[in-house]
Design a binder for this molecule. Structure first.
Ligand code: MD6
Ligand code: FE
Length: 215
């Protein structure tokens, strides 16, 4: 029973969200230590900051990046940039633990050729939310996105190709990894307001890593 078909049918840690989107429950847990070390090393070089949307709103989610390019927003728009606008320096490199996790998760979900060049790190404190959006600033939508949830649980909102499509909700817990591509690569999605709580290792926060092939 080792073929993909059999695992799709029986593995309770694997959930299909849509064709092309798979939730791998707890997939990051065996790599938790090196991943947390990687986050700390990135944040020393490129601290979390609250970016401003093109419409002039300050985001409730604090962000930073690592990789060849980082996702940024300011009054002039959304884009990927080689330099951190706060420090003027290149973003820190992807830690090897990040790269290993992203490639393994993509492979597990049926995307064996995924090689990310960017990782956006999102930090939510209670009350923070991410409104419904599409990820469409990348060059090639044939690559999936790998999204890792750490810390406090969050409600992920998953819609469709249209903003007014019905929303399905998924609870994302510490260690869960969503791999998302193919026909749903451009689906609208968001994160509901983070509920207060205390996570055993991360305290009062949720951290999300989203790996992309941006260039
Ligand atoms: C978050 N995630 O979970 C925000 N985008 O904090 C995203 O916006 C996202 O999880 C594309 C694919 C997967 C994601
Ligand atoms: Fe997104």
């Amino acid at each position: 029973m080792t073929d993909l078909f059999a695992r799709l049918a029986i593995d309770p840690s694997r959930e299909s969200m849509a064709e092309g989107a798979t939730l791998l429950r707890g997939f990051a847990l065996p790599r938790e230590g090196p991943i947390l070390t990687g986050i700390r090393s990135v944040v020393v070089e490129a601290p979390f900051r609250h970016m401003v949307t093109p419409g002039g709103y300050t985001m409730s989610v604090a962000m930073t990046n690592c990789g060849n390019v980082g996702w940024v927003t300011d009054r002039s728009g959304y884009r990927y940039d080689r330099l951190d606008p706060e420090t003027g320096k290149p973003w820190p490199a992807l830690p090897s633990s990040f790269l290993g996790l992203a490639i393994a998760a993509a492979q597990e979900a049926g995307y064996p050729n995924f090689r990310p060049d960017a990782c956006l790190i999102n930090r939510y404190t209670p009350g923070a939310r991410l409104s419904l959006h599409q990820d469409k600033d990348e060059c090639d939508f044939s690559n999936p996105i790998v999204s890792v949830s750490l810390g406090l649980p969050a409600t992920f909102q998953f819609g469709g190709l249209n903003r007014n499509h019905a929303i399905r909700k998924y609870a994302l817990h510490h260690g869960d990894v969503a791999v998302w591509g193919g026909p749903c690569r451009l689906f609208y999605h968001g994160v509901a307001e983070l509920k207060d709580g205390e996570h055993q290792t991360l305290g009062r926060m949720r951290i999300n890593l989203t790996f992309r092939r941006a260039l």
